[in-house]
Design a protein around this ligand. Structure first.
Ligand code: CO
Ligand code: CO
Length: 316
Protein backbone atom coordinates (compact mmCIF):
# COMPACT_ATOMS: atom_id res chain seq x y z
CA UNK A 1 0.00 0.00 0.00
CA UNK A 2 2.94 2.34 0.70
CA UNK A 3 3.71 2.60 -3.02
CA UNK A 4 0.21 3.84 -3.82
CA UNK A 5 -0.42 7.54 -4.07
CA UNK A 6 -3.15 8.63 -1.74
CA UNK A 7 -5.53 11.22 -3.12
CA UNK A 8 -5.37 14.69 -1.60
CA UNK A 9 -9.09 15.15 -2.13
CA UNK A 10 -10.43 16.96 0.96
CA UNK A 11 -13.47 14.67 0.99
CA UNK A 12 -11.20 11.77 1.99
CA UNK A 13 -11.36 11.81 5.81
CA UNK A 14 -9.61 8.46 6.41
CA UNK A 15 -7.44 6.72 3.80
CA UNK A 16 -4.92 3.91 4.08
CA UNK A 17 -2.05 5.94 5.57
CA UNK A 18 -3.18 5.43 9.17
CA UNK A 19 -3.78 1.68 8.67
CA UNK A 20 -7.43 2.14 9.57
CA UNK A 21 -10.16 -0.50 9.27
CA UNK A 22 -12.05 1.26 6.50
CA UNK A 23 -11.90 4.29 4.25
CA UNK A 24 -14.13 7.26 5.06
CA UNK A 25 -15.41 9.73 2.48
CA UNK A 26 -17.15 12.93 3.55
CA UNK A 27 -20.51 13.69 1.94
CA UNK A 28 -20.40 17.22 3.35
CA UNK A 29 -23.86 17.10 4.94
CA UNK A 30 -22.93 15.72 8.35
CA UNK A 31 -22.61 12.21 6.95
CA UNK A 32 -19.66 10.26 5.58
CA UNK A 33 -19.42 6.97 3.71
CA UNK A 34 -17.52 4.08 5.32
CA UNK A 35 -16.15 1.57 2.81
CA UNK A 36 -14.37 -1.73 3.51
CA UNK A 37 -13.72 -5.18 2.05
CA UNK A 38 -12.65 -8.45 3.64
CA UNK A 39 -12.73 -12.13 2.70
CA UNK A 40 -11.46 -15.31 4.34
CA UNK A 41 -10.84 -19.01 3.71
CA UNK A 42 -12.97 -21.68 5.46
CA UNK A 43 -12.25 -22.14 9.15
CA UNK A 44 -15.11 -24.33 10.35
CA UNK A 45 -16.71 -27.40 8.77
CA UNK A 46 -20.28 -26.15 8.41
CA UNK A 47 -20.74 -24.07 5.23
CA UNK A 48 -23.52 -21.82 6.55
CA UNK A 49 -21.61 -21.11 9.76
CA UNK A 50 -18.52 -20.22 7.71
CA UNK A 51 -20.67 -17.81 5.65
CA UNK A 52 -21.94 -16.21 8.84
CA UNK A 53 -18.45 -15.84 10.29
CA UNK A 54 -17.07 -14.35 7.04
CA UNK A 55 -19.91 -11.82 6.89
CA UNK A 56 -19.60 -10.86 10.57
CA UNK A 57 -15.86 -10.42 10.00
CA UNK A 58 -16.47 -8.21 6.95
CA UNK A 59 -19.02 -5.89 8.54
CA UNK A 60 -16.90 -5.52 11.66
CA UNK A 61 -14.66 -2.90 10.02
CA UNK A 62 -17.68 -0.59 9.63
CA UNK A 63 -18.43 -0.92 13.34
CA UNK A 64 -14.73 -0.39 14.12
CA UNK A 65 -15.05 3.08 12.54
CA UNK A 66 -18.18 3.90 14.55
CA UNK A 67 -20.36 3.43 11.47
CA UNK A 68 -23.64 1.75 10.60
CA UNK A 69 -23.69 -0.66 7.63
CA UNK A 70 -26.07 0.06 4.75
CA UNK A 71 -25.38 -2.60 2.13
CA UNK A 72 -22.88 -5.23 1.02
CA UNK A 73 -21.59 -6.97 -2.10
CA UNK A 74 -20.64 -10.66 -1.86
CA UNK A 75 -17.13 -11.74 -2.91
CA UNK A 76 -16.77 -15.45 -3.61
CA UNK A 77 -13.97 -17.73 -4.75
CA UNK A 78 -15.43 -21.17 -5.45
CA UNK A 79 -14.02 -24.49 -6.60
CA UNK A 80 -16.76 -25.65 -9.00
CA UNK A 81 -14.87 -28.86 -9.88
CA UNK A 82 -14.85 -30.23 -6.34
CA UNK A 83 -17.63 -28.47 -4.45
CA UNK A 84 -21.37 -28.66 -5.11
CA UNK A 85 -23.30 -25.48 -5.83
CA UNK A 86 -25.68 -26.32 -2.96
CA UNK A 87 -22.79 -25.82 -0.58
CA UNK A 88 -22.21 -22.34 -2.02
CA UNK A 89 -25.91 -21.58 -1.44
CA UNK A 90 -25.37 -22.48 2.21
CA UNK A 91 -22.40 -20.11 2.47
CA UNK A 92 -24.42 -17.27 0.91
CA UNK A 93 -27.35 -18.02 3.23
CA UNK A 94 -24.94 -17.57 6.12
CA UNK A 95 -24.04 -14.18 4.70
CA UNK A 96 -27.74 -13.26 4.48
CA UNK A 97 -28.28 -14.32 8.10
CA UNK A 98 -25.68 -11.81 9.24
CA UNK A 99 -26.85 -9.10 6.83
CA UNK A 100 -30.33 -9.38 8.36
CA UNK A 101 -28.90 -9.16 11.89
CA UNK A 102 -26.82 -6.12 10.92
CA UNK A 103 -29.76 -4.45 9.18
CA UNK A 104 -27.96 -4.23 5.85
CA UNK A 105 -28.98 -5.31 2.36
CA UNK A 106 -26.94 -7.54 0.06
CA UNK A 107 -27.23 -5.85 -3.31
CA UNK A 108 -24.91 -7.87 -5.54
CA UNK A 109 -21.60 -9.63 -5.73
CA UNK A 110 -19.08 -11.47 -7.85
CA UNK A 111 -17.81 -15.06 -7.99
CA UNK A 112 -14.59 -16.37 -9.50
CA UNK A 113 -13.31 -19.92 -9.92
CA UNK A 114 -10.75 -20.62 -7.21
CA UNK A 115 -9.11 -23.88 -6.02
CA UNK A 116 -9.46 -22.74 -2.39
CA UNK A 117 -12.87 -21.32 -1.45
CA UNK A 118 -13.04 -17.76 -0.21
CA UNK A 119 -15.95 -15.68 1.00
CA UNK A 120 -16.43 -12.18 2.28
CA UNK A 121 -18.06 -8.86 1.54
CA UNK A 122 -17.41 -5.32 0.48
CA UNK A 123 -19.50 -3.33 2.94
CA UNK A 124 -20.65 0.27 2.66
CA UNK A 125 -21.95 2.20 5.64
CA UNK A 126 -22.49 5.67 7.02
CA UNK A 127 -20.79 7.45 9.88
CA UNK A 128 -21.13 10.86 11.50
CA UNK A 129 -17.72 12.44 10.76
CA UNK A 130 -17.82 14.11 14.19
CA UNK A 131 -18.16 10.72 15.90
CA UNK A 132 -15.95 8.40 13.89
CA UNK A 133 -13.58 5.96 15.58
CA UNK A 134 -10.08 5.89 14.05
CA UNK A 135 -6.59 4.52 14.62
CA UNK A 136 -5.34 8.04 15.38
CA UNK A 137 -8.00 8.77 18.01
CA UNK A 138 -6.55 7.32 21.24
CA UNK A 139 -5.64 9.97 23.82
CA UNK A 140 -3.25 9.80 26.77
CA UNK A 141 -4.90 9.06 30.11
CA UNK A 142 -7.59 6.74 28.76
CA UNK A 143 -8.49 3.21 29.76
CA UNK A 144 -8.53 0.54 27.04
CA UNK A 145 -11.55 -1.73 26.71
CA UNK A 146 -11.50 -5.01 24.75
CA UNK A 147 -14.92 -6.43 23.81
CA UNK A 148 -14.24 -10.10 22.98
CA UNK A 149 -11.95 -12.76 24.43
CA UNK A 150 -8.79 -13.70 22.49
CA UNK A 151 -7.74 -17.12 21.20
CA UNK A 152 -9.71 -17.57 17.95
CA UNK A 153 -6.59 -18.27 15.86
CA UNK A 154 -5.37 -20.95 18.24
CA UNK A 155 -8.81 -22.58 18.43
CA UNK A 156 -9.46 -22.56 14.69
CA UNK A 157 -6.04 -24.21 14.28
CA UNK A 158 -7.14 -26.84 16.80
CA UNK A 159 -10.39 -27.31 14.84
CA UNK A 160 -8.41 -27.90 11.63
CA UNK A 161 -6.18 -30.38 13.50
CA UNK A 162 -9.32 -32.17 14.76
CA UNK A 163 -8.37 -31.77 18.43
CA UNK A 164 -10.95 -29.21 19.64
CA UNK A 165 -13.95 -30.39 21.69
CA UNK A 166 -17.48 -29.41 20.66
CA UNK A 167 -17.69 -27.14 23.69
CA UNK A 168 -14.54 -25.23 22.70
CA UNK A 169 -15.64 -25.05 19.04
CA UNK A 170 -19.05 -23.69 20.00
CA UNK A 171 -17.70 -20.97 22.25
CA UNK A 172 -15.27 -19.85 19.53
CA UNK A 173 -18.06 -19.82 16.92
CA UNK A 174 -20.48 -17.87 19.10
CA UNK A 175 -17.76 -15.30 19.76
CA UNK A 176 -17.03 -14.93 16.02
CA UNK A 177 -20.75 -14.61 15.22
CA UNK A 178 -21.34 -11.81 17.70
CA UNK A 179 -21.53 -8.52 15.82
CA UNK A 180 -19.52 -5.55 17.05
CA UNK A 181 -22.58 -3.30 16.64
CA UNK A 182 -23.34 -2.93 20.35
CA UNK A 183 -19.67 -2.44 21.23
CA UNK A 184 -19.40 0.25 18.55
CA UNK A 185 -22.53 2.12 19.66
CA UNK A 186 -21.49 2.05 23.31
CA UNK A 187 -17.99 3.28 22.42
CA UNK A 188 -19.37 6.17 20.34
CA UNK A 189 -21.89 7.13 23.06
CA UNK A 190 -19.07 7.16 25.61
CA UNK A 191 -17.18 9.70 23.51
CA UNK A 192 -14.48 7.31 22.29
CA UNK A 193 -12.49 8.50 19.28
CA UNK A 194 -9.85 5.74 18.99
CA UNK A 195 -10.86 2.17 18.15
CA UNK A 196 -10.03 -0.77 15.94
CA UNK A 197 -11.16 -4.37 15.65
CA UNK A 198 -8.76 -7.15 16.60
CA UNK A 199 -8.25 -9.34 13.52
CA UNK A 200 -5.31 -10.82 11.63
CA UNK A 201 -2.48 -8.99 13.41
CA UNK A 202 -3.76 -9.90 16.87
CA UNK A 203 -4.31 -7.60 19.85
CA UNK A 204 -0.64 -6.58 20.04
CA UNK A 205 -0.39 -5.90 16.30
CA UNK A 206 -3.58 -3.85 15.99
CA UNK A 207 -3.10 -2.03 19.30
CA UNK A 208 0.54 -1.31 18.42
CA UNK A 209 -0.52 0.19 15.10
CA UNK A 210 -3.23 2.29 16.76
CA UNK A 211 -0.92 3.42 19.59
CA UNK A 212 1.76 4.54 17.08
CA UNK A 213 -0.81 6.36 14.95
CA UNK A 214 -2.24 8.05 18.06
CA UNK A 215 1.14 8.95 19.63
CA UNK A 216 0.44 7.11 22.87
CA UNK A 217 2.08 4.29 24.78
CA UNK A 218 -0.11 1.58 26.25
CA UNK A 219 0.20 -0.50 29.40
CA UNK A 220 -1.72 -3.79 29.32
CA UNK A 221 -2.77 -5.65 32.47
CA UNK A 222 -2.47 -9.15 31.08
CA UNK A 223 -4.37 -10.68 34.01
CA UNK A 224 -7.48 -8.68 33.02
CA UNK A 225 -7.58 -9.97 29.44
CA UNK A 226 -10.15 -12.66 28.67
CA UNK A 227 -9.26 -15.75 26.64
CA UNK A 228 -11.63 -18.29 25.13
CA UNK A 229 -11.61 -21.40 27.29
CA UNK A 230 -9.22 -23.97 25.88
CA UNK A 231 -7.03 -21.46 24.06
CA UNK A 232 -4.30 -21.41 26.69
CA UNK A 233 -4.08 -25.22 26.81
CA UNK A 234 -3.80 -25.50 23.02
CA UNK A 235 -1.21 -22.70 22.87
CA UNK A 236 0.80 -24.46 25.62
CA UNK A 237 0.71 -27.61 23.49
CA UNK A 238 2.07 -25.69 20.50
CA UNK A 239 -1.24 -25.53 18.59
CA UNK A 240 -0.51 -22.04 17.29
CA UNK A 241 -1.11 -20.70 13.76
CA UNK A 242 1.90 -19.51 11.75
CA UNK A 243 0.31 -16.07 11.44
CA UNK A 244 0.25 -15.69 15.23
CA UNK A 245 3.99 -16.48 15.51
CA UNK A 246 4.71 -14.00 12.71
CA UNK A 247 2.59 -11.36 14.47
CA UNK A 248 4.64 -11.78 17.63
CA UNK A 249 7.98 -11.46 15.85
CA UNK A 250 6.80 -8.37 13.94
CA UNK A 251 5.63 -6.56 17.08
CA UNK A 252 8.40 -7.76 19.44
CA UNK A 253 10.50 -4.55 19.20
CA UNK A 254 7.51 -2.46 20.26
CA UNK A 255 6.66 -4.55 23.37
CA UNK A 256 8.15 -4.62 26.86
CA UNK A 257 7.08 -8.13 27.83
CA UNK A 258 7.83 -7.96 31.57
CA UNK A 259 7.56 -11.34 33.25
CA UNK A 260 5.03 -12.77 30.78
CA UNK A 261 5.90 -16.12 29.22
CA UNK A 262 5.87 -17.22 25.58
CA UNK A 263 2.33 -18.66 25.81
CA UNK A 264 0.93 -15.35 27.12
CA UNK A 265 2.67 -13.49 24.31
CA UNK A 266 1.41 -15.85 21.63
CA UNK A 267 -2.16 -15.49 22.93
CA UNK A 268 -1.84 -11.69 22.94
CA UNK A 269 -0.54 -11.79 19.36
CA UNK A 270 -3.03 -14.45 18.23
CA UNK A 271 -4.55 -13.75 14.79
CA UNK A 272 -8.29 -13.29 15.26
CA UNK A 273 -11.16 -13.66 12.81
CA UNK A 274 -14.19 -11.51 13.65
CA UNK A 275 -12.49 -10.37 16.86
CA UNK A 276 -13.74 -7.70 19.23
CA UNK A 277 -13.16 -3.96 19.32
CA UNK A 278 -10.44 -2.36 21.39
CA UNK A 279 -11.09 1.30 22.18
CA UNK A 280 -10.04 4.01 24.59
CA UNK A 281 -12.37 5.91 26.94
CA UNK A 282 -11.75 8.53 29.57
CA UNK A 283 -10.70 6.81 32.77
CA UNK A 284 -13.64 8.02 34.87
CA UNK A 285 -16.10 6.46 32.42
CA UNK A 286 -14.43 3.10 31.85
CA UNK A 287 -16.07 1.13 34.67
CA UNK A 288 -19.58 2.27 33.65
CA UNK A 289 -18.91 1.63 29.97
CA UNK A 290 -17.66 -1.88 30.71
CA UNK A 291 -20.65 -2.60 32.97
CA UNK A 292 -23.01 -1.39 30.22
CA UNK A 293 -21.33 -3.68 27.67
CA UNK A 294 -21.47 -6.66 30.02
CA UNK A 295 -25.17 -5.98 30.68
CA UNK A 296 -25.67 -6.18 26.90
CA UNK A 297 -23.94 -9.59 26.72
CA UNK A 298 -20.62 -8.26 25.48
CA UNK A 299 -17.64 -9.98 27.15
CA UNK A 300 -15.86 -6.67 27.75
CA UNK A 301 -12.94 -5.96 30.06
CA UNK A 302 -10.72 -3.01 30.93
CA UNK A 303 -7.38 -4.35 29.75
CA UNK A 304 -5.02 -1.42 30.17
CA UNK A 305 -4.39 2.28 29.78
CA UNK A 306 -2.76 4.88 27.57
CA UNK A 307 0.02 7.40 28.29
CA UNK A 308 1.91 10.01 26.27
CA UNK A 309 4.32 8.18 24.01
CA UNK A 310 5.17 6.78 20.60
CA UNK A 311 3.50 3.39 20.34
CA UNK A 312 5.24 1.26 22.95
CA UNK A 313 3.28 -1.52 24.64
CA UNK A 314 4.23 -2.48 28.19
CA UNK A 315 2.82 -5.75 29.55
CA UNK A 316 2.17 -5.99 33.29
CO1 CO B 1 -10.30 -4.19 11.01
CO1 CO C 1 -10.16 -5.66 7.46
Amino acid sequence: MGSLNETDNPELLVGFESGDDAGIWDLGDGRAIVSTVDFITPLVNDARTWGQIAAANSVSDVYAMGGRPLFALNLVGWNNDELPTELLSEVLLGGSDIAAKAGMAIIGGHTISDPEPKYGMAVTGLVDPEQMLTNTGLKPGQDLILTKPLGIGVITTAIKAGVASDEVINSAISSMLQLNDVASQVAVSAGATGATDVTGFGLLGHLGKMASASNVNTVLHVGNIHFISGARDFASDGVVPGGTRRNLSWIADQVDVGSNDEVDLLLLADAQTSGGLVFGVDREKSADVTAELVSKNVDAAIIGETQFGDGKITLR
